[in-house]
Structure formats: C-alpha cells, structure tokens
Ligand binder design. Structure first.
Ligand SMILES: Cc1ncc(COP(=O)(O)O)c(C=O)c1O
Length: 500
C-alpha cells in the first residue's frame, strides 16, 4: 500500500493513509461502544508499551495500530452525555482545518494565507467578544499559556510604572510583587506566577460572596493594605466563568477598584468569555472591553481542536516590549504583510512571534476561522445560548426534585447539585455522609452510564457538576442526568452504610 520513497517515512499517499483510518474514526464518533479506554486498559497498554523499534515497522503497520488499538480506546469526551469538563471533542470542519494547517500551513509566519487567517480570526474574535479593534491578539496553546502571556504583559506594565524593565533587566528590583484573585481562580494562574518569577506565594486568593464571586470590598482593602506595606500589585485577575461553577466576578466593580488603585485588570475568560454571546449573560461581561488583558480559549466553547487559546492585550507596544523576539541576522526580510511578495522568503507576515512565547508554531487561528466561517456569529451565539439553557434546565429539574439540591447559582453552562435522601434533609451534621454518598453516586455514573458529569467541592460540600460545552449534547441528555442521579441515588442510599 503506502511505500516510502527516499526516506523511510511515507511522504506521499495522504488520501490512502487517511482513508485507512476513517472507518475507525467514524465508528468512534458514533459513541456506541462502552468506554474502552478504561475497560481495555490492560490490553491496550501492553500492546502499545514497546521498546524503541530499531528498524521501522513501516507505514501500514503503524496505521493499523492507530486504527485497531488506539482510536477505539480513545477519550470519549465528545459523547453526547459527556458533561464533565470545560473541553470537548472538536467539531468536524475545524478538525479538517487543523489537518490542512499541518500540511499547507506548517509554519504560521511568512506572508501566506495561514498567517493572514491567524490575523483575521483574531479580528473576528475581538468582534465576537466586543473587544476594541485596537487590542493586540495572539493565539497560543490554551488557557495556561493565554493567562501566562497576559500576566507577562501585566508584569511589564507594573515594572515600567516604577521605572523598571522586567523584560530587559529581570525582577531583581521588584519589591514584593502581588497578584489578586478570588479563591475560585483557576490554578494555572499560580503556575504562571511561578514561571514569571513572581512566585506562587505572590498570588493572593481573596474570599467570595454567596454567588462564589470575588468579594470586591475584600479586594479593595487588601490592595490598600498591601500598598501601605510596600508591596507591588502586578494585576487583579477576574474570572469570567470559573471552572468550578461558572461564576462571573463583578467585572464593573473590579474595574473601578483597578482604576482607582492603578492596577492592571486581567480577565480569565478561558471558559466563560464566550458567554457574552448569550444576551442573558452579556450584561455580566460588560467590563470585558475595558480590561487591560483578556484570555479566552477557543478550544473550549468554540470546539476547535485542542491547543488553541487566545490572549488580547490593550497595549500592543507593551506586549511587544514584554515578549518581542530580538532581531536576528538569519531573520532577514521582515516585510509587512501588505508589501508585494515575490517569494516565500520575502516577508515574515503578521509577526505573531513578537507577542507570544512560541517562535515556530502551526496556524492555530485557521481552526477558529473555520469554526466561525462555518457557523457564523449567529451559529456560535445559538450554541452558547443552548448550552446555558441546558444548565438552567438542569437547575429547574434539580429544584423541582424532592431529593436533589442545587449547590451553586447557575450563571453559564455549569450546574452543580447533589442527591439528598429524605432522611438527611434539613439536618445538620450530615455533611460527611452526603459527601461520601454523592461521591459514590458519581463513581457509579462514571462506571455504568453515558451521563458523565464531574465532581467538585463547594464550601466543603461535594457536588455533582455538569458542564455543557459539548456540541453533541441534547436536551435528552440533560433530563437523563437528573433522572439517573435520582435513580442511582435511591439505589445507593438503600445500601449505604455511613462511613462508606
Ligand atoms: C477559567 C480557566 N482558566 C484557565 C484554564 C486553563 O486552560 P487550559 O487547560 O487550556 O490550559 C481553564 C481550564 O479549565 C479554565 O477553565
């Protein structure tokens, strides 16, 4: 079938290779099998766990392992009932675009269509999110990198305000840097603080209100106190959709505090930034367009292939000062994308490498362009509204049930609840029993069901957490989850011994 030419790897016959895998991929996408990743773990692990082959096995045997062992045991987060995470399996057209980029856009710079689509997709995202056109955008690998890049800009800004240049001179002269966020902030932000040399302990986690939103008075007090103590505030990080419950911090009020105290406002909208497309949520996200930086993750709600986050920074030049690649002699010919180009070496195109951590990268933006070109703003709006309506519907079902209890307000597409049998209702001191009962219910859901939420803790209470972000989910899956928890809850409780 596929034959190597001058190299031991195959460089022709792409259609054959893909056609070889397609039936297995189509089969996988029907989600009719059980989760083989778990049930067949021993089998696939032993068949894959081989030493480095001295001589290559060849194209067809390699594809056969993919077809027969790897794909069928893949991760089923695209299955309609999967509501566990804020990431999902991509839809088809952006997946095809990623393949196109791997081949025809193997590098996102140079003046070529993939470089332009990177630019265009960032422009479209700004429009979708209501961000000013002047913001500099940059694609990166996901929420972790998107937040890190934004905080690199914040660090540069805070230093420049004090006559320092963090990018050039490092942090030697920076005194007691501090970052502020609610105790619900995503933990990648602490890692960003570590990587940026601020230190994980620079991260001040503040209390939240009853809706699990940053307590603005606590923020103001702490900022003032820290400034009086000689600390250097680097940024306030507001969550636009926490991963736990989907809570949106009060952006307008936080913005006011940041302006009053001259502190950078970064908004982590990795999950919930696209919530702005739902008119019921949009008023909560009005402050987004005033933030100094914003992180969003197209690989979450936009369902493009994983490895696609985006950062937007108000001050383009500042972001450049934080991250620019210095000139190098081998990088000749940095013509602007508008200039006439005669060959592939005539221009670097839009210089995304000057606003990023990566030099070489495939075009991530082409997947976003493809998703938006296919669906339009209206299609994306409909998806976000549908998913938010699923979470609201689940909350209604929970509240109408005598044995289910809602544990957090629903803001976006996340609903957190638990099973509470009649015998444990209204009583104090049942917390531990309810936590272990609900943990067991979740374990059974995962083992026995195609309704797959995740679990979390809210104020010490274990919650079953459904997050609707999967384009394949239907209202039946939503109703199915509520009734499954009721049924499994009753069965589990009937056999439950406290201390389980
Ligand atoms: C609010 C928030 N920020 C950041 C991240 C990190 O994103 P990633 O996993 O793409 O690095 C996540 C992921 O769940 C998130 O929900």
């Amino acid at each position: 079938m596929l034959k190597p030419t001058t190299d031991p790897s195959v460089t022709t016959g792409l259609s054959e290779a893909i056609e070889f895998l397609l039936p297995a991929l189509e089969d996988f996408m029907r989600f009719e099998d059980q989760d083989l990743a778990a049930s067949e773990h021993a089998k696939w692990f032993s068949s894959l766990n081989e030493a480095l082959p001295r001589r290559g096995r060849g194209a067809e045997p390699t594809l056969r392992v993919l077809r027969d062992v790897v794909i069928p045991c893949g991760l089923r987060i695209g299955a309609p009932g999967f509501a566990g995470w804020v990431t999902t399996m991509p839809t088809v057209v952006p997946t095809a675009a990623a393949l196109a980029a791997s081949i025809a856009g193997a590098q996102r710079w140079w003046v070529q269509p993939f470089n332009f689509l990177e630019y265009l997709a960032l422009e479209w995202l700004k429009e979708l999110l209501g961000l000013p056109a002047s913001y500099q955008g940059t694609f990166n690998s996901g929420g972790s990198a998107a937040n890190l890049i934004a905080l690199a800009a914040a660090r540069q800004w805070a230093c420049e305000q004090r006559g320092l240049d963090a990018s050039r001179d490092g942090l030697e002269a920076l005194v007691k840097p501090r970052l502020y966020a609610s105790n619900q902030v995503h933990h990648v932000v602490s890692r960003a603080a570590a990587v940026l040399g601020l230190g994980r302990r620079a991260m001040i986690q503040l209390p939240t209100d009853r809706g699990l939103r940053l307590d603005v008075d606590a923020l103001r007090d702490r900022l003032r106190q820290d400034k009086a103590d000689g600390c250097t505030p680097i940024a306030v990080i507001a969550s636009a959709g926490t991963v736990n419950t989907g809570a949106i911090d009060p952006l307008d009020d936080i913005l006011q505090v940041c302006r009053d105290e001259s502190v950078w406002l970064h908004v982590d909208g990795a999950y919930g930034g696209f919530g702005i497309l739902d008119p019921e949520v949009a008023p909560l996200l009005r402050g987004l367009a005033e933030a100094d930086s914003v992180a969003v993750d197209p690989h979450k709600w936009l369902a493009v292939p994983l490895g696609c986050g985006a950062t937007f920074v108000r001050d383009r030049a500042l972001l450049g000062r934080a991250l620019t690649l210095e000139p190098a002699e081998y990088l000749e010919g940095a013509a602007s994308p508008e200039e006439r180009v005669g060959s592939q070496f005539d221009g670097l195109g839009y210089p995304f490498h000057d606003f990023n951590l990566e030099q070489s990268a495939r075009s991530r933006g082409v997947t976003v362009w493809a998703a938006l070109y296919e669906m339009g703003a209206e299609g994306m709006r409909a998806r976000v509204r549908r998913h938010n309506s699923y979470a609201r519907r689940l909350a209604e079902l929970v509240e109408a049930s005598p044995v289910l209890e809602l544990l957090a307000p629903v803001t976006l597409s996340i609903c957190c609840f638990r099973y509470v049998p009649a015998q444990l209702q209204g009583g104090n001191g049942n917390g531990k029993t309810l936590n272990s009962l609900n943990r067991e219910i979740l374990r059974r859901l995962h083992r026995e069901h195609h309704h797959i939420p995740s679990g979390t803790e809210i104020n010490g209470q274990f919650a079953i957490r459904a997050c609707y972000i999967n384009p394949r989910t239907t209202p039946r899956d939503v109703a199915g989850l509520a009734s499954s928890v009721e049924r499994i809850g009753a069965e589990t409780w009937a056999r439950f011994t406290p201390g389980d």
